[in-house]
Ligand binder design. Structure first.
Ligand code: IYR
Length: 227
């Protein structure tokens, strides 16, 4: 075993009784049953520390070889939000005008989405998530390989959305297509690729959710047991 392989004792889990664990699992399920994707945001400000803590939680996600191949660009600057909205709407106009193809547009119809993205300016925070295809050692300039990049970043995004929801904030996973403009606008390096924008804030007073969003597949459909 290599001399660099050091371990420390693990004492990270709470010492619950089985009943307490069941209770926790029910409470968490209930919390998550209340999550919805929101597209209509209020401009009500959000405390910066809530966003900071949520990003900290996202950074705790497991990742291939613990390389943590992610970067979160947190945007609250109105001018930057305006630029992001403008660039996203240009791409989305083309997408909805036909680039998406008939089948995709038909699948999106129940969500009521269109090329207009006012939430990109109205919501207090846009968290632009980048995947790092590799990293560069700051002292040697050498390439550092990353593994299971999409899986790792997907997990971090899940942690992020869950952390924001747990703090009582609404989120929207927004994927303007294509979204290369985000790298340019935010001055991120070439080896980083934007994956999604997580819009965070409070829902507007008149926010609605599509009825379709309540149709989640049942447990029997999504699970098979091999007891
Ligand atoms: N990027 C577009 C289209 C879109 C695509 C999927 I897949 C969605 O689940 C929702 C929207 C938009 O944001 O409108």
């Amino acid at each position: 075993m290599s001399a660099e392989f050091r371990v420390v004792p693990f004492a990270g889990l709470p010492d619950y009784s089985e009943e307490e664990r069941l209770q926790c699992s029910r409470e968490f399920l209930r919390l998550m049953q209340g999550r919805r994707t929101i597209r209509d945001f209020s401009s009500k400000p959000v405390h910066r520390d809530i966003i900071k803590n949520a990003v900290r939680a996202a950074g705790l996600a497991p990742s291939g070889a613990n390389k943590q191949p992610w970067h979160f660009a947190v945007v609250s600057n109105p001018e930057m939000k305006r630029k992001i909205r403008k660039a996203a709407e240009i791409e989305e106009e083309e997408f909805y005008a036909g680039k998406a193809g008939e089948a995709w547009l038909k699948d999106l119809a129940p969500l009521g989405t269109d090329p207009k993205k006012p939430f990109l300016e109205i919501a207090p925070y846009l968290i632009v998530v980048f995947q790092q295809n590799y990293d560069i050692d700051s002292s040697t300039g050498e390439k550092i390989k990353h593994y299971y990049i999409q899986e790792s970043v997907g997990l971090a995004c899940g942690f992020l959305i869950t952390a924001l929801h747990n703090a009582g904030l609404a989120t929207l996973t927004h994927t303007p297509s294509p979204m290369g403009f985000l790298r340019e606008l935010l001055g991120r390096p070439k080896h980083e690729k934007p994956v999604m924008i997580i819009v965070a804030g409070y829902p507007s007073d008149t926010a609605t959710v599509p009825e379709e969003a309540l149709n989640k597949k049942s447990l029997d459909v999504i699970v098979s047991w091999f007891d």
